[in-house]
Design a binder for this molecule. Structure first.
Ligand SMILES: [Zn+2]
Length: 369
C-alpha cells in the first residue's frame, strides 16, 4: 500500500492551485475567466474560473470542478491520490512530510522497468570554446572581414542579430574549434555559429557556414568527431511558454527575429530523434508549454514535422505545425528575406483537442508578401 498524505500536506498542496495554474497553464490573472483546462471541452469563450474560497477551478461550460489534485491528475493522466499529491508537490517544489514509516513500507517491486520509448540523448559537444567565440565575434569588425557582415545582411540578419545570437567570423573555423577540418578553396571566410548556453558563458559546439563568391563545396561545416547537440537545446528545459523549432540554424535566427520568440534548431533532420529524446527526458514542468514545429517546405521537412508532432503528442506536449510559408518561401530565412521588414504574423484558427494533447492549426494572417 502506498504511503498516506498527511492532512497538513493535503491542505498545503491545495493552496498551491495558483502556482499550478501559473506554471502549468500560464494563467496569472485569477480574477478573470480563463480557458477550460479540460481536454474534452473546446472552450473558445473562456468559461473557467478560480474560486479562492474552495481553492478550486470550476467551468461553467462543461460543469466540471477540479481541486489541485484533480487538475494535475487529469493533465498528466495520474490516478491515485498519493500519486497525484506527489505530482503536485514535484511541480511546486514542495516536500511531502514523512508519514512515519508505519503504514508506508513500500514493498520493493520486481516488475521489470519498461523500456522508455525514447532513449537518453547521448553526450554531445566538446571542450568549452567560448573565449575563441568572443574573438570570432570581434573579427566581424576587423578591417578586411566586411564580407561576413555582408553575407549575413544578404540573409536578412544585421549587426543587432550578430550580437543577439553571438555569431562570429573566422578565416578558418579551426581557430575557434580545433575539431574543424574544412576545405574550401574559394572561401572568403566562415560565419561561425556558436551553440551558446542560456547565459552566454559556455560554448561546446559550433557550426561554420562557408562565405564564398565562387563555388562552395559544403554550405555548412561541423567539427569532426563531435556529436552535435541541438542549437539552443537549453530552451527545451527552461519552462518557456512557446519554443519554435526549425531545421536550419539561420532559420531559427530568422524566426526569433521575426517573432520575438524563442527559436531553436535541429541542425539537420537527422537530429529530430535527439529532439524527442531531450524533450522526453526533461521533467514535465521544465518542458516548453507549446512547441511550434517549423520544418522546411519540402518532402523531407514535412516528414520530419509529422514525426516530431507525433513524438510530442506521445510525450504530451502541445504542438503546432506551421502552415506553408506564404509566397512559396521554402524556409523561415527565405521568408524573412522576402518580406523585407514587413510584419510577420499568423493566427491560430482552431484547436482540435483530441486524445490527450491539443493540436493547434494556424494560418498566416495576411497571405501576401
Ligand atoms: Zn469546461
Amino acid at each position: 500500500m502506498a504511503a498516506r498524505v498527511s492532512e497538513r500536506d493535503r491542505d498545503a498542496l491545495k493552496g498551491l492551485m495558483p502556482d499550478i495554474l501559473r506554471d502549468l497553464y500560464g494563467i496569472t490573472a485569477l480574477g478573470r475567466a480563463f480557458k477550460c483546462p479540460s481536454p474534452d471541452h473546446d472552450d473558445s469563450d473562456p468559461s473557467a474560473h478560480y474560486y479562492e474560497s474552495d481553492q478550486a477551478v470550476h467551468c461553467f461550460g462543461c460543469g466540471r470542478t477540479w481541486d489541485v489534485f484533480d487538475l494535475v491528475g487529469m493533465r498528466d493522466g495520474i490516478d491515485g491520490f498519493r500519486e497525484r499529491a506527489e505530482a503536485v508537490a514535484a511541480y511546486a517544489g514542495y516536500r511531502l512530510e514523512d508519514d512515519g514509516g508505519l503504514t508506508a513500507k513500500r514493498r520493493p517491486r520486481n516488475k521489470p522497468k519498461p523500456r522508455p520509448p525514447f532513449e537518453f540523448p547521448r553526450e554531445a559537444g566538446a571542450q568549452d570554446v567560448s573565449s575563441a567565440c568572443f574573438d570570432a565575434f570581434c573579427a566581424f569588425y576587423e578591417q578586411g572581414n566586411e564580407v561576413g557582415r555582408r553575407y549575413l545582411r544578404w540573409r536578412g540578419l544585421d549587426d543587432a542579430d550578430i550580437a543577439r545570437f553571438g555569431l562570429g567570423f573566422a578565416r578558418n573555423p579551426k581557430a575557434v574549434m580545433s575539431q574543424f577540418r574544412v576545405y574550401e578553396p574559394e572561401a572568403l571566410g566562415y560565419i561561425v555559429i556558436p551553440f551558446w548556453n542560456r547565459d552566454f558563458t559556455e560554448v561546446r559546439y559550433c557550426m561554420a557556414r562557408t562565405v564564398s563568391r565562387g563555388g562552395v563545396r559544403n554550405k555548412e561545416w561541423r567539427p569532426k568527431g563531435v556529436a552535435s547537440p541541438l542549437y539552443n537545446e537549453w530552451m527545451l528545459s527552461a519552462s518557456l511558454p512557446v519554443v519554435y523549432v526549425t531545421e536550419g540554424l539561420i532559420d531559427a535566427m530568422a524566426l526569433a527575429k521575426a517573432t520575438g520568440k524563442h527559436a531553436m534548431a535541429l541542425g539537420g533532420i537527422g537530429n529530430a530523434k535527439r529532439f524527442s529524446q531531450v524533450v522526453y527526458h526533461t521533467p514535465a514542468g521544465l518542458r516548453p508549454r507549446k512547441v511550434m514545429v517549423c520544418m522546411d517546405e519540402d518532402a523531407e521537412g514535412r516528414k520530419a514535422a509529422a514525426k516530431i508532432a507525433a513524438d510530442l503528442s506521445a510525450i504530451g506536449v502541445p504542438r503546432v505545425v506551421l502552415p506553408p510559408y506564404p509566397g512559396d518561401a521554402k524556409d523561415a530565412d527565405e521568408w524573412l528575406c522576402a518580406m523585407r521588414g514587413e510584419a510577420w504574423d499568423y493566427e491560430e484558427i482552431c484547436q482540435f483537442e483530441g486524445d490527450d494533447c491539443p493540436l493547434y492549426v494556424t494560418r498566416w494572417r495576411d497571405g501576401r508578401i
